[in-house]
Ligand binder design. Structure first.
Ligand code: SAM
Length: 288
């Protein structure tokens, strides 16, 4: 399997040629912005620290640009693509790579444990931007045996994923991503690295999945209910937002007291540890 046998897909010329040859147009609806920059493909593969034999789930292989980089690095790739027109293209662009398997389907609907089988794996993707958050949340919440997620996302989404308490970017996505992983922005990617160029700046983010979550909580579902309530109505104080989300007034006030948190604070100022203390205090009251 050598690079000389497989011309790089990651260039403007090769991508235009492949799209033309198969009478295809990039679909805006499916978030199709194909990478045309070989340096970025290499950067993603390096950030994922791919070693020969690593099992990788790729989401949205498109015409196979990133898939080729992963396959050349020796990964054992399972790539899930929604667009029914693309498996035929991929059979052509990735012909000869026996370490790639294409699954046609919607990543939000396919049974990931079934297609990935036993054992740990990495997720590597240039995600379709219209469903970035649902995909990330589904991957994290299902507690799949993922060791790392390395993905292209809109810069603004990466800023939310890595945001610290106190700012406008800090929200439920920041808490969930940081609860399960250690996110780090590794590459800035300009619009001209894609065909067609998206209207937004992009970055590659690497999220190393933690062996145990960042904070210990007694009831994870309750923890995330509190987090969602806190950010559901950002203008309200946390206690009012929680009332709005259906928590009982007396329970909320004793939980704040138990956790030593001022009930007049806004959700966006609470650290993960403070959300955990509040959820644990509520749990103790509900189970008293
Ligand atoms: N990986 C390719 C690249 O880097 O050039 C294509 C990336 S493009 C930004 C996103 C890809 O995700 C497209 O091929 C699109 O058809 C696919 N896609 C969109 N929605 C999807 C879904 N729900 N499940 C799986 N793939 C999806």
């Amino acid at each position: 399997m050598s690079g000389t046998l497989h011309p790089q897909i990651a260039s403007r010329e090769a991508t235009s040629h492949i799209l033309k040859a198969f009478h295809l147009r990039a679909s805006k609806r499916l978030g199709q912005n194909f990478l045309i920059d070989g340096g970025i493909v290499r950067g993603i593969v390096e950030a994922a620290e791919i070693a020969a034999g690593d099992r990788v789930l790729e989401i949205g292989p498109g015409i196979g640009t990133l898939t080729q980089g992963l396959a050349e690095a020796g990964a054992d790739v399972t790539a899930v693509e929604l667009d029914k027109k693309l498996p035929e293209v991929l059979a052509h662009t990735l012909a000869g790579y026996d370490n790639v398997r294409i699954v046609q389907g919607d990543i939000l609907k396919v049974d990931i444990p079934e297609i990935m089988g036993e054992g740990k794996f990495k997720v590597v993707a240039n995600l379709p931007y219209y469903i970035t958050t649902p995909i990330l949340m589904a991957l994290l919440e299902r507690r799949l045996p993922i060791t790392r997620i390395v993905t292209m996302v809109q810069k603004e989404v990466a800023e939310r994923m890595t945001a610290q308490p106190g700012g406008k970017d800090y929200g439920a996505l920041s808490v969930a991503v940081q609860y399960y992983t250690e996110p780090e922005i590794v590459l800035e990617v300009p619009p001209k690295s894609f065909l067609p160029a998206p209207e937004v700046d992009s970055v590659v983010i690497s999220c190393r999945v933690r062996e145990v979550p960042a904070v210990r909580v007694r009831d994870e579902r309750l923890f995330f209910r509190v987090v969602k309530a806190a950010f559901g109505q950002r203008r309200k104080t946390l206690s009012n937002a929680m009332k709005g989300a259906g928590f009982a007034k007396e329970e909320i006030l004793s939980a704040f007291e138990g956790a030593g948190i001022d009930a007049a604070r806004r959700g966006e100022t609470l650290s993960l540890e403070e959300f955990a203390s509040l959820a644990d205090a509520l749990h103790a009251i509900e189970n008293a």
